[in-house]
Design a protein around this ligand. Structure first.
Ligand SMILES: [Zn+2]
Length: 146
């Protein structure tokens, strides 16, 4: 793949995917050096597609189609009207995390209600994950990335 595109690359050491302009040198997840023949899961044209495809590549296969629809839907919304919710998203997330940067649905719910931004909890999480603001740790727990 050459030109202006992005690749979704799977690390052979930890099986986690990340995006890179070409073949990355080092896996951002586990720090392993990547071989020049590292697996390219898919190639996309834009950074926003890349965010979605990386999130999808790191999602169990049986959940992928559902998530794909939701992420592309959110992506469309996001590009159409640049909602206020996106502006305040980092602040909402920040307010909902504890000292170690961990956030759960339980801590996010009241903050989201107070913010009045009208977004569904799940959509907000999806959006935050697709924007690379949050990484899911388990079913009900996310790490906020600064
Ligand atoms: Zn890795």
């Amino acid at each position: 793949m050459s030109g202006g595109g992005w690749n979704v690359i799977r690390c052979s050491a930890c099986s986690t995917c990340h995006g890179h302009r070409s073949i990355g040198r080092i896996c951002p997840h586990c720090g392993q050096k990547l071989p020049s023949d590292a697996e390219i899961v898919t190639s996309v044209a834009t950074a926003s597609e890349l965010r979605i495809e990386v999130a999808l590549a790191n999602t169990p296969e049986e959940l992928r189609e559902t998530l794909r629809k939701r992420l592309y839907e959110n992506n469309k919304l996001f590009h159409q009207e640049e909602p206020i919710s996106f502006q305040s998203l980092p602040k909402i997330l920040h307010d909902a995390t504890d000292e170690s940067g961990i956030l759960s649905l339980k801590t996010l719910q009241p903050v989201l209600e107070k913010s009045n931004n009208g977004m569904e909890l799940e959509n907000l999480i999806d959006l935050a994950e697709s924007q690379g603001l949050l990484v899911r740790l388990n079913q009900d727990c996310w790490q906020l990335l600064e």
